[in-house]
Write a protein that binds this ligand. Structure first.
Ligand SMILES: Nc1nc2c(c(=O)[nH]1)N[C@@H](CN(C=O)c1ccc(C(=O)N[C@@H](CCC(=O)O)C(=O)O)cc1)CN2
Length: 288
């Protein structure tokens, strides 16, 4: 079997086009476009790229984008003061604090300071709690994008064996909650899991989000499985050139899977598209 390669770039673009149409309707009805404010603290090069990509995509969808780029030495009270100002600004519908934050800042405290109604990352404890209780919530963009890809590949996933590798708050835990909400039988594997290979071999859906290049061996994959790779690991190839690879050995996994996402061009573009969808959702909820 050779897997169908899931084109996250094309799927992300389609979602962005749908969001842009919703933004035009919103603007016609309310006399203003939804606004997204993105906050970046420090000069992490990958984060700077992602923030730029978010700004471009937000503007392309017809929304108002504000990027707040703060020096690495910004204190936690200074950052909290900016978030308080954005919370109070009626033209701001969505607030996103790019992660990771510098080590001197308490990430949990910062994420909890964002107004849950504007929390387009879905990281505020209220949105986390709502998701795990099966209530309507702003849902983290990457797992939401993964779920769209999985449902489009498989249709109904009720009762299917799903394995989420990684237990981060950004991807692993919300991904498990979303799969559970669709009635999949969900296992979360992590660094202490014994015999990862056996778990992978049982799974009809595998979502890998650990950040370890090639951790999941292709030969472990159950034939016909839907394989979603969230890993974005920068490695240097034999030619000395840097490239991006996932957590899953792509070619051997592709030979066994039914569907597989590439890296790059799989899950990544869905993250940005999901952010735009969340911003429109937050804007609509705020005016209703
Ligand atoms: N506040 C947040 N911080 C972070 C999040 C997040 O969802 N919210 N996720 C990641 C980074 N991220 C978005 O911020 C992100 C990662 C990757 C991509 C993407 O499109 N990747 C491309 C490749 C781009 C490249 O060449 O580097 C792909 O996979 O095709 C978008 C967004 C951590 N921080």
């Amino acid at each position: 079997m050779t897997a169908i390669i899931i084109d996250g770039k094309a799927r992300g673009l389609a979602l962005r086009t749908t969001v842009a149409a919703g933004v035009a309707e919103f603007a016609a009805a309310h006399g203003r476009a939804p606004g997204l404010s993105v906050v970046l603290v420090g000069q992490d090069p990958a984060s700077a790229v992602y923030v730029r990509m978010k700004g471009v995509a937000t503007r392309e969808a017809g929304m108002v984008s504000a990027e707040h780029i703060l020096p690495a030495e910004t204190s936690e009270p200074e950052l909290l003061a900016l978030i308080a100002a954005l919370n109070a600004d009626p033209t701001v519908d969505g607030i996103l604090v790019q992660l990771p934050l510098p080590r001197h800042i308490d990430t949990d405290r910062v994420l909890a300071a964002v107004d849950p109604a504007k929390d387009v990352d879905g990281f505020h404890p209220i949105n986390v709690g709502k998701l795990s209780a099966g209530l309507d919530a702003l849902v983290p963009c990457t797992p939401a994008g993964c779920l769209l890809l999985i449902l489009e590949a498989l249709g109904d996933i009720s009762g299917k064996e799903a394995l989420v590798i990684g237990r981060s708050n950004i991807v692993g835990k919300p991904m498990a909650a979303l799969l559970l909400a669709k009635s999949a039988t969900v296992t979360i594997a992590h660094s202490r899991t014994r015999d990862l290979a056996a778990h992978v071999a049982r799974a009809e859906i595998v979502v890998a989000a650990v950040g370890v290049a090639g951790l999941v061996k292709g030969e472990w994959i159950r034939p016909g499985a839907c394989v979603i790779d969230v890993g974005t690991n920068r490695v240097t190839g034999a030619d000395g050139k840097a490239r991006l690879v996932g957590d899953i050995e792509f070619e051997p996994a592709r030979a066994r899977a039914g569907w597989i996402t590439p890296v790059p061009g799989g899950v990544g573009p869905m993250t940005i598209a999901g952010l735009l969808a969340n911003t429109l959702q937050a804007a609509k909820a705020r005016v209703s």
